[in-house]
Design a protein around this ligand. Structure first.
Ligand code: ZN
Length: 338
């Protein structure tokens, strides 16, 4: 499983039942194992999906009961190899790569012989995706790009089962939508899209909420606006998340605002911290975190009033936990700090 979201684990009971039927017809069909990266907060939701499935339908991980019996916890960059029972030279290896951000337990799967990456929900076949944690998400996109940039020759002595020969290399298989043929370009585009959003937010914060002409200019040419304002001391006007959404998601119905607020809120939080204050990736990555050139100025954004529901003593607002809190969080003012 790439991650715990309902649209990914929801079909699991049906697949297990289907495999059980196949096994009844052909005893050579092995019992499936359910692999996933373990994650404390969401694993119970994941377990709810398989709790009612006949335990005979899968190979248990341990003798205990509950989640520990079902889930084979993945280790980062663990390789799972399967061979064709009739020709053991035919081997396929899947490497599980920890790529959190869209969800905290998110895995991408690298088909080693083909150099094809199954991206789960980190990259989609069309449109763009959402994320729970922007910094981890950017790190995971970088990691995916680094993986796709290493051309792996097929291991000696193994024929492999290439899906499309060398043409398969650099292809992403997303969890939703069509196959993405230009994998590396798409990963770079996803990173660039987030940085463009960051620049649009900064450019908007240089203007006044409600100034439509300025907002249109800031959306279309954020770099130009930022360059011209960089060293001037213009008055800074506070903007609420609600006002930013009105510009950045102008064609969205107000009802959708809490749903889109999280992504923008993550951007504002990232911009409220210096690069050193941002969390490290839980895996090695050679490249620095992708940021706009303005980030070297330090803290770029400041929140001037915390929401009443604040759970921690931080000077940056905590994420809302329900819709009512989102509406409050959307009314909190943010201002450029540089
Ligand atoms: Zn998802």
């Amino acid at each position: 499983m790439t991650h715990w979201h309902h649209d990914h684990v929801g079909g699991m009971p049906y697949i297990l039942r289907m495999l059980e039927k196949l096994r009844a017809q052909d005893p050579r069909v092995p019992k499936p194992r359910i692999h996933k990266f373990a994650e404390k907060k969401t694993d119970s939701t994941f377990f709810d999906r398989v709790a009612d499935v006949n335990p005979e339908a899968y190979e248990p991980y341990s003798e205990s009961v509950g989640l520990e019996a079902v889930l084979w916890p993945l280790r980062d960059i663990q390789t799972i190899t399967v061979s064709d029972p009739e020709d053991t030279n035919l081997t396929s290896s899947v490497r599980a790569v920890f790529t959190p951000g869209h969800a905290a337990d998110h895995a991408s799967l690298l088909l080693e012989e083909d150099n094809i990456l199954m991206t789960g929900d980190n990259v989609l076949g069309r449109g763009s995706t959402v994320f729970e944690d922007l910094v981890m998400y950017l790190r995971s996109l970088q990691r995916s790009l680094a993986l796709m940039s290493i051309r792996r020759p097929t291991l000696p002595g193994i024929y492999g089962t290439p899906l499309a020969g060398n043409a398969g290399e650099n292809v992403l298989y997303p969890g939703h939508g069509p196959v993405v043929p230009k994998g590396r370009d798409t990963l770079r585009r996803y990173i660039k899209h987030r940085l463009e959003r960051e620049e649009q937010i900064l450019a908007l914060l240089l203007g006044t909420p409600g100034d439509k002409t300025f907002s249109t200019e800031a959306m279309a040419f954020p770099e130009k606006i930022l360059a011209s304002y960089q060293h001037t001391k213009q008055p800074r006007h506070p903007w609420t998340l609600h006002q930013l959404i009105e510009v950045l998601y102008a064609d969205y119905d107000t009802k959708m605002y809490p749903a889109v607020a999280n992504g923008l809120f993550m951007h504002l939080k990232k911009l409220s911290r210096t690069l050193e204050e941002l969390p490290n990736a839980p895996f090695y990555i050679a490249d620095p975190l992708p940021t706009t050139p303005w980030t070297k100025e330090g803290r770029l954004v400041r929140c001037t009033r915390l929401p009443s529901f604040q759970y921690t003593t931080e000077s940056i607002p905590d994420a809302a936990r329900n819709e009512q809190e989102w509406w409050e969080l959307m009314s909190v003012p943010w201002v450029l700090a540089v």
